[in-house]
Design a protein. Structure first.
Lengths: 308, 295
């Protein structure tokens, strides 16, 4: 287990380093960063001065190492738009995005797991078909359109919920449903197929033959085995949900990292964009690392395969 | 299905295949809707009653025909600039299909090549490719696509290229594992033994056997690309006005959505139906080629 964990951790660090390289060079895709900072009214001399001030006239590898050094110390530079340190801006908005991510995932689990279990218990019944419909619709629904429909019908027609802002818990309901529904199909499908597999296993027949009650067999034996891969998937889905926050927070004007990322992209505020790409990637890397370690701990067979 | 193979009535293979395909509701529905959207796209110039770019501010925000104030001249009404909504919707089908197919081709080429290389040669190449995959999966797709498209300024071509270079992960995973499985089979060893070149083995033994899985992933990624383009365009950072992308139509409709909700519902339903159809088609291909069941 220890060797596996060390190897997996080394991989995560290497991935994080590569992601930092990508997010550094991503903003260099823009024709001229200095011109972007200077704005449309700047003269050539202004742009030259800015280029020198920010060190853009140095070789790229030097710039990258310099930037990486600062980043590792938590210094993401200053926002070009807000004229404030990027770190503070991002940290300020993190709780909103984290709350949204957590509530969305809870919604997806609350909908996906029971539906998957019941669908597996009664294959080809009406509830299995309902579960299939929920997942097929969820996969095809453009999340931003779903968000707009919720605003239109729950927010405006029925006046049940506020349609924009992030002041109270009620502001989180519609965004969380939008994002959570997007994460539901994968969780539902994996729960269903895991349960189907577990229910047909020999130990279930043994448990039944022993005379254990059906409910106890399902809950204690089958579900416990089927849920392991779902836990890992949920961690990965949380990563996707945080990424999806860009679209959903923008629609609902929820003042989190995603909305900040969108505003920064529109305003060409590249230090903020870089910081948020890095933060979201870091979350994903940590989540998948945790999921892999959890899986390996719960299921020793995986260690033997991947750790070899 | 093995029962029908020994069917004493000896139904011929084509009839059996036809019955299986048309008996699969999801596949039939998906194929029908996709065919309709493809026809909309191809025949857009013939079907469109108006020029999709023609603005007429005296005719703005006319509701669709089923509303009390609708008019037969504009079956689906007009948008905030007085452009005929049906015409824009028809031309929009072109953009969605173009994005879906081109992105699928680019990402399929990248992911497929990497997957086959990793699966066939294994070892160091496999490790390098797997690392690339892990890095790609760690990047938040929507955010990176938004940033990349915005930095080089959005256009149809840029959106296609950016999405094509981001959505190859599932192609890689499927081609890698399929190639690994086929690599171990006897006929590949036999081909090697008779001196067939690696390229030839890949083209004539591996690729045809991976085709079914490839089609399933291709439909998934095509649907994914269409949804992402719509999201990018909706946020104003994808396809640029005045092109009638469905995502852009939704974005332009947003200020009017409370008083003219059909502007939101119509392109949204089209987008939903198209993606649903592509997904069902993919699921159908999977079910029909592997009849052991869904799950």
């Amino acid at each position: 287990m220890f060797t596996f964990a060390v190897k997996r951790l080394a991989l995560a660090l290497l991935v994080a380093l590569t992601v930092s390289l990508i997010s550094f060079f991503l903003v260099r895709l823009s024709s001229d960063v200095a011109a972007a900072i200077a704005g449309p009214s700047a003269t050539a001399a202004d742009i030259e001065a800015i280029r020198h001030h920010y060190g853009f006239d140095r070789p790229l590898p030097v710039q990258y190492l310099d930037w990486l050094g600062h980043t590792l110390r938590g210094d993401f530079g200053d926002s070009l738009y807000f004229r404030k340190p990027v770190l503070g801006l991002v940290v300020e908005r993190m709780p909103v995005t984290m709350t949204l991510g957590a509530v969305s995932i809870l919604f997806a689990i609350a909908l996906g797991v029971p539906l998957g279990v019941v669908a597996a218990l009664r294959p080809n019944s009406w509830i299995d078909r309902l579960a299939l419909a929920v997942s097929v619709i969820g996969q095809a629904m453009p999340s931003f359109w779903f968000g707009l429909l919720l605003i239109l019908y729950l927010g405006v027609t029925l006046r049940l919920l506020p349609i924009s802002g992030s002041d109270t818990w009620r502001h989180f309901v519609m965004p969380a449903i939008t994002l959570g529904y997007y994460a539901t199909p994968a969780i539902m499908r994996l729960t269903r197929s895991g349960m189907l597999e577990a229910l047909s296993a020999d130990y279930i027949r043994t448990a039944r033959a022993k005379g254990l009650r059906y409910g106890k067999v399902v809950g204690k034996h089958a579900l416990r085995n089927a849920i392991i891969p779902v836990v890992a998937l949920t961690a990965v889905q949380l990563g996707f949900v945080l990424g999806g926050s860009v679209v959903v927070e923008t629609i609902f004007a929820l003042n989190g990292m995603g909305y900040l990322a969108y505003q920064s992209i529109v305003q060409n505020d590249f230090p903020v964009v870089q910081a948020i790409v890095l933060t979201l990637s870091a979350f994903y890397i940590v989540l998948t690392l945790a999921a892999d370690l959890l899986n390996a701990w719960l299921d020793p067979r995986l260690r033997a395969v991947s750790g070899a | 299905m093995s029962a029908s193979v020994v069917d004493p009535l000896a139904v011929n293979a084509i009839a059996r295949l036809r019955r299986r395909i048309f008996g699969h509701a999801g596949f039939s529905f998906g194929a029908a809707v996709l065919a309709i959207v493809a026809l909309m796209a191809i025949l857009a110039p013939l079907l469109s009653p108006w020029d999709p770019y023609d603005q007429d501010l005296s005719r703005r925000l006319i509701p669709p025909i089923w509303h009390a104030h609708g008019t037969a001249a504009h079956l689906l009404g007009t948008d905030g600039l007085g452009r005929d909504y049906l015409s824009r919707l028809l031309y929009g089908a072109r953009i969605s299909l173009l994005i879906g197919l081109s992105t699928m081709a680019i990402s399929g080429l990248i992911g497929g090549t990497l997957g086959v290389l990793a699966g066939y040669f294994g070892g160091g190449i496999d490790m390098a490719v797997s690392f690339l995959l892990t890095v790609r999966l760690s990047l938040p797709v929507i955010l990176v696509a938004l940033a990349a498209v915005a930095l080089v300024h959005g256009s149809l071509l840029v959106v296609i290229l950016v999405l094509g270079f981001l959505l190859w992960d599932r192609f890689l995973v499927v081609m890698r594992s399929t190639t690994q499985q086929i690599r171990r089979l006897d006929y590949v060893a036999a081909a090697e033994a008779v001196g067939a070149s690696t390229l030839r083995i890949l083209a004539s033994e591996v690729l045809p056997n991976a085709l079914n899985n490839l089609i399933v992933v291709a439909t998934l990624e095509m649907a994914n690309a269409i949804l992402l383009e719509a999201a990018l365009s909706f946020l104003g950072l994808g396809v640029q006005p005045p092109l009638p992308s469905w995502g852009l139509m939704l974005s332009e409709a947003k200020p009017f959505m409370f008083f003219s909700p059909w502007l939101i519902t119509i392109p949204g339903i089209m987008l939903f139906l198209l993606v649903l159809a592509i997904n069902l088609l993919g699921d159908g291909v999977r079910d029909l080629t592997a009849p052991e069941g869904r799950g």
